[in-house]
Design a protein around this ligand. Structure first.
Ligand code: SF4
Length: 213
Protein backbone atom coordinates (compact mmCIF):
# COMPACT_ATOMS: atom_id res chain seq x y z
CA UNK A 1 0.00 0.00 0.00
CA UNK A 2 1.47 3.35 -1.06
CA UNK A 3 0.68 7.05 -0.70
CA UNK A 4 2.18 10.06 -2.44
CA UNK A 5 3.63 12.48 0.11
CA UNK A 6 5.00 15.99 -0.23
CA UNK A 7 6.68 15.97 3.19
CA UNK A 8 6.80 14.63 6.72
CA UNK A 9 8.10 17.00 9.37
CA UNK A 10 8.03 17.71 13.08
CA UNK A 11 6.92 21.13 14.33
CA UNK A 12 4.33 22.85 16.51
CA UNK A 13 0.68 22.59 15.63
CA UNK A 14 -0.15 25.84 13.88
CA UNK A 15 -3.89 26.01 14.28
CA UNK A 16 -7.12 24.54 15.63
CA UNK A 17 -7.70 23.59 19.27
CA UNK A 18 -4.34 21.85 19.62
CA UNK A 19 -2.34 24.91 18.54
CA UNK A 20 1.18 24.95 19.98
CA UNK A 21 1.46 21.20 20.57
CA UNK A 22 4.46 19.28 19.23
CA UNK A 23 3.13 17.54 16.13
CA UNK A 24 4.32 15.37 13.28
CA UNK A 25 2.76 16.51 10.01
CA UNK A 26 2.18 14.05 7.19
CA UNK A 27 1.43 16.09 4.07
CA UNK A 28 -0.16 14.14 1.24
CA UNK A 29 0.29 15.35 -2.34
CA UNK A 30 -2.57 16.51 -4.55
CA UNK A 31 -5.79 18.50 -4.24
CA UNK A 32 -8.82 18.70 -6.53
CA UNK A 33 -9.65 22.22 -5.32
CA UNK A 34 -8.03 25.56 -6.14
CA UNK A 35 -8.76 28.05 -3.35
CA UNK A 36 -7.53 31.42 -4.58
CA UNK A 37 -5.67 32.07 -1.30
CA UNK A 38 -4.18 28.56 -0.97
CA UNK A 39 -0.89 28.57 0.95
CA UNK A 40 0.17 25.02 0.09
CA UNK A 41 0.22 25.07 -3.71
CA UNK A 42 3.55 23.26 -3.58
CA UNK A 43 1.58 20.18 -2.49
CA UNK A 44 -0.57 20.10 -5.64
CA UNK A 45 1.84 17.88 -7.55
CA UNK A 46 5.17 16.09 -7.34
CA UNK A 47 5.92 14.33 -4.09
CA UNK A 48 7.23 10.83 -3.59
CA UNK A 49 5.59 7.47 -3.09
CA UNK A 50 5.88 6.04 0.41
CA UNK A 51 4.71 2.68 1.71
CA UNK A 52 2.46 2.68 4.75
CA UNK A 53 5.20 0.96 6.72
CA UNK A 54 7.80 3.57 5.80
CA UNK A 55 5.46 6.41 6.82
CA UNK A 56 4.86 4.78 10.21
CA UNK A 57 8.61 4.30 10.69
CA UNK A 58 9.36 7.93 9.79
CA UNK A 59 6.63 9.24 12.09
CA UNK A 60 7.86 7.08 14.98
CA UNK A 61 11.38 8.50 14.93
CA UNK A 62 10.17 11.92 16.11
CA UNK A 63 8.69 10.52 19.31
CA UNK A 64 5.63 12.79 19.20
CA UNK A 65 2.22 11.67 20.39
CA UNK A 66 0.21 13.86 18.07
CA UNK A 67 0.02 13.41 14.29
CA UNK A 68 -1.72 15.63 11.74
CA UNK A 69 -2.49 14.28 8.29
CA UNK A 70 -2.86 17.19 5.90
CA UNK A 71 -2.33 18.23 2.29
CA UNK A 72 -3.24 19.28 -0.33
CA UNK A 73 -6.41 17.30 0.19
CA UNK A 74 -5.46 14.09 1.99
CA UNK A 75 -8.77 12.35 1.31
CA UNK A 76 -8.16 12.63 -2.44
CA UNK A 77 -5.93 9.56 -1.99
CA UNK A 78 -8.07 6.56 -0.97
CA UNK A 79 -5.15 5.08 0.97
CA UNK A 80 -5.41 8.00 3.36
CA UNK A 81 -8.16 6.07 5.17
CA UNK A 82 -5.99 3.04 6.10
CA UNK A 83 -3.15 5.42 6.99
CA UNK A 84 -5.38 7.19 9.51
CA UNK A 85 -6.49 3.88 11.01
CA UNK A 86 -2.92 2.61 11.20
CA UNK A 87 -1.79 5.76 13.02
CA UNK A 88 -4.66 5.39 15.52
CA UNK A 89 -3.79 1.70 15.99
CA UNK A 90 -0.22 2.73 16.82
CA UNK A 91 -1.63 4.75 19.72
CA UNK A 92 -1.18 8.24 18.32
CA UNK A 93 -3.66 11.04 18.72
CA UNK A 94 -4.54 11.84 15.12
CA UNK A 95 -6.14 14.78 13.36
CA UNK A 96 -7.09 15.15 9.71
CA UNK A 97 -7.22 18.50 7.91
CA UNK A 98 -9.66 18.27 5.01
CA UNK A 99 -10.97 20.93 2.65
CA UNK A 100 -14.63 19.97 2.91
CA UNK A 101 -15.19 18.72 -0.63
CA UNK A 102 -14.54 15.01 0.04
CA UNK A 103 -16.66 12.43 1.84
CA UNK A 104 -15.62 12.04 5.51
CA UNK A 105 -17.97 9.12 6.25
CA UNK A 106 -15.22 6.47 6.09
CA UNK A 107 -12.71 8.28 8.29
CA UNK A 108 -11.75 6.27 11.40
CA UNK A 109 -13.96 7.50 14.23
CA UNK A 110 -10.94 7.99 16.51
CA UNK A 111 -9.61 10.74 14.24
CA UNK A 112 -10.27 14.37 15.06
CA UNK A 113 -11.49 15.80 11.76
CA UNK A 114 -10.81 19.50 11.09
CA UNK A 115 -13.06 20.25 8.14
CA UNK A 116 -13.07 23.48 6.15
CA UNK A 117 -16.20 25.03 4.79
CA UNK A 118 -15.05 27.19 1.89
CA UNK A 119 -16.41 30.74 1.86
CA UNK A 120 -17.28 32.63 -1.35
CA UNK A 121 -13.91 34.44 -1.38
CA UNK A 122 -12.10 31.13 -1.87
CA UNK A 123 -13.85 30.53 -5.23
CA UNK A 124 -14.46 26.95 -4.01
CA UNK A 125 -17.76 27.43 -2.18
CA UNK A 126 -19.61 25.39 -4.82
CA UNK A 127 -17.57 22.31 -3.87
CA UNK A 128 -18.55 22.24 -0.19
CA UNK A 129 -19.92 18.77 0.48
CA UNK A 130 -22.84 19.63 2.73
CA UNK A 131 -23.63 15.91 3.19
CA UNK A 132 -20.63 15.90 5.55
CA UNK A 133 -22.31 18.19 8.06
CA UNK A 134 -24.56 15.51 9.64
CA UNK A 135 -21.47 13.30 9.92
CA UNK A 136 -19.62 15.76 12.15
CA UNK A 137 -18.95 14.52 15.69
CA UNK A 138 -18.39 16.32 19.02
CA UNK A 139 -14.60 15.81 18.79
CA UNK A 140 -14.43 17.32 15.30
CA UNK A 141 -13.84 20.95 14.31
CA UNK A 142 -15.06 23.15 11.47
CA UNK A 143 -12.83 25.87 10.04
CA UNK A 144 -13.75 28.96 8.03
CA UNK A 145 -10.99 30.98 6.37
CA UNK A 146 -12.40 34.41 5.63
CA UNK A 147 -11.24 36.99 3.09
CA UNK A 148 -13.71 39.84 3.72
CA UNK A 149 -16.98 40.90 5.34
CA UNK A 150 -19.02 39.03 2.75
CA UNK A 151 -17.23 35.81 3.73
CA UNK A 152 -17.83 36.56 7.40
CA UNK A 153 -21.56 37.12 6.86
CA UNK A 154 -21.77 33.85 4.92
CA UNK A 155 -19.92 31.97 7.67
CA UNK A 156 -22.24 33.45 10.29
CA UNK A 157 -25.22 32.25 8.22
CA UNK A 158 -23.75 28.73 7.95
CA UNK A 159 -23.03 28.67 11.68
CA UNK A 160 -26.66 29.40 12.40
CA UNK A 161 -28.24 27.41 9.58
CA UNK A 162 -26.42 24.18 10.47
CA UNK A 163 -26.05 24.74 14.23
CA UNK A 164 -22.37 24.08 13.86
CA UNK A 165 -21.35 25.23 17.33
CA UNK A 166 -23.60 22.54 18.82
CA UNK A 167 -22.22 19.81 16.56
CA UNK A 168 -18.47 20.10 17.03
CA UNK A 169 -15.85 20.89 19.64
CA UNK A 170 -14.87 24.17 18.02
CA UNK A 171 -15.83 26.34 15.08
CA UNK A 172 -12.74 28.23 13.95
CA UNK A 173 -12.77 31.61 12.21
CA UNK A 174 -9.49 32.66 10.63
CA UNK A 175 -8.60 35.64 8.39
CA UNK A 176 -6.88 35.24 5.03
CA UNK A 177 -3.44 36.66 5.67
CA UNK A 178 -2.92 39.98 3.88
CA UNK A 179 -6.58 40.31 2.89
CA UNK A 180 -8.64 40.63 6.06
CA UNK A 181 -7.25 42.54 9.04
CA UNK A 182 -7.24 40.17 12.05
CA UNK A 183 -8.49 42.98 14.30
CA UNK A 184 -11.54 43.54 12.10
CA UNK A 185 -12.49 39.86 12.24
CA UNK A 186 -11.97 39.78 16.00
CA UNK A 187 -14.16 42.89 16.42
CA UNK A 188 -16.98 41.39 14.34
CA UNK A 189 -16.91 38.14 16.35
CA UNK A 190 -17.04 39.99 19.65
CA UNK A 191 -19.76 42.40 18.47
CA UNK A 192 -21.94 39.52 17.26
CA UNK A 193 -21.11 37.35 20.28
CA UNK A 194 -20.45 34.37 18.07
CA UNK A 195 -19.70 31.01 19.73
CA UNK A 196 -16.55 30.53 17.66
CA UNK A 197 -12.82 30.49 18.24
CA UNK A 198 -10.80 33.20 16.50
CA UNK A 199 -7.42 31.97 15.36
CA UNK A 200 -4.25 33.13 13.68
CA UNK A 201 -1.95 30.52 12.19
CA UNK A 202 0.95 30.13 14.60
CA UNK A 203 3.44 28.92 11.99
CA UNK A 204 2.94 32.13 10.01
CA UNK A 205 3.60 34.27 13.07
CA UNK A 206 6.66 32.26 14.13
CA UNK A 207 8.27 31.31 10.83
CA UNK A 208 6.52 33.38 8.14
CA UNK A 209 5.00 30.19 6.70
CA UNK A 210 8.38 28.65 5.81
CA UNK A 211 7.90 25.24 4.26
CA UNK A 212 8.50 22.29 6.59
CA UNK A 213 8.00 24.28 9.81
S1 SF4 B 1 -8.41 22.70 -0.27
FE1 SF4 B 1 -6.58 23.28 0.89
S2 SF4 B 1 -4.84 22.53 -0.33
FE2 SF4 B 1 -6.64 22.49 -1.67
S3 SF4 B 1 -6.57 24.47 -2.75
FE3 SF4 B 1 -7.87 24.77 -0.93
S4 SF4 B 1 -6.49 25.51 0.69
FE4 SF4 B 1 -5.21 24.62 -0.97
Amino acid sequence: MELRLTEIFHSLQGEARTVGRPTVFVRLTGCPQRCVWCDTEYAFSGGEKWTLESILAEVAQYGAGYITVTGGEPLAQPNCLPLLTALCDEGYEVSLETGGAMDISQVDERVSVVMDLKAPGSAEQHNNRLENIPLLRPHHQVKFVLADRKDYDWARFMLDQHQLAERVADVLFSPVQGQLAPGDLADWIVADRLPVRFQLQLHKLLWNDARGR
